[in-house]
Design a protein around this ligand. Structure first.
Ligand code: DLZ
Length: 213
């Protein structure tokens, strides 16, 4: 047994993923590590009750592309003065915008509230594996991706889980995906990301309803 004090404490309540819809967006760089992380994430999501049909997996070339992909999977809360609530569809959004047409014969439109049935995803898990090379590339991508993923979740209100390994060596990456080459295989961090996604998605739903217990 390890003496380490590191790692997450268990969540305050039992996690129930059964009502949730979760997107996983992963990069394709360092594929063997990515595959293990995505598999660990999906297995843990299912363990908490998230239905297979409610787990959507998308891929992008590299970690640098993760933030834009995550952003595209969320619904904007506000477009050009129209308040757009969770779950908007493109048709609904366009419908809201036509009333802003300056050539419209009606007078200046009041901001519209367009109410939609549901938020497409309760949480998005961004998975990437960055391994340091001999140039500064690693530092630039780590920095910009972490900031941009934070921005997506703060701008949209949809929890974005930071599933990006920033490893200094191949072995560090392998061990954090549970496929280490040494005596210890390490731990699959995808499992932790799945739990974080279910917890943040569930709490966000409750907080949005004004419930704090
Ligand atoms: C170019 C590059 C390099 C050198 N290393 C990685 C890496 O370790 N992990 C990763 O996810 N992506 C890497 N990339 C690709 C960039 O993230 C990005 O896809 C390209 O620069 C194109 O924008």
């Amino acid at each position: 047994m390890s003496d380490s004090i590191k790692g997450p404490a268990p969540p305050p309540a039992t996690l129930d993923g059964s009502p949730l819809r979760v997107a996983i967006v992963h990069s394709r760089w360092n594929k063997s590590v990515i595959d293990a992380l995505v598999a660990g994430t999906i297995a843990k999501l299912k363990e908490t009750g998230v239905k297979e049909a409610n787990i959507v997996v998308q891929s992008v070339p590299g970690s640098f592309e993760l933030p834009l992909a995550c952003s595209k999977l969320t619904v904007p809360r506000m477009i050009s003065g129209s308040h757009v609530q969770a779950g908007a569809t493109a048709t609904d959004l366009l419908g809201g915008l036509t009333s802003l047409n300056p050539n419209s014969r009606t007078s200046t439109p009041a901001p519209q509230v367009v109410t939609m049935p549901h938020q497409p995803f309760d949480a998005i898990i961004a998975i990437g594996v960055l391994i340091k090379g001999s140039t500064m590339h690693f530092e630039y991508i780590c920095e910009s991706v972490s900031h941009a993923l934070m921005r997506v979740q703060l701008d949209t209100g949809v929890p974005v889980i930071f599933g990006v390994l920033t490893a200094l060596t191949d072995d560090q990456a392998l061990e954090r995906a549970g496929i280490g080459r040494g005596a210890s295989k390490g731990h699959n961090h995808g499992e932790d990301w799945a739990l974080a996604a279910v917890e943040m998605a569930s709490q966000s739903r409750k907080w949005a309803e004004g419930k704090f217990n």
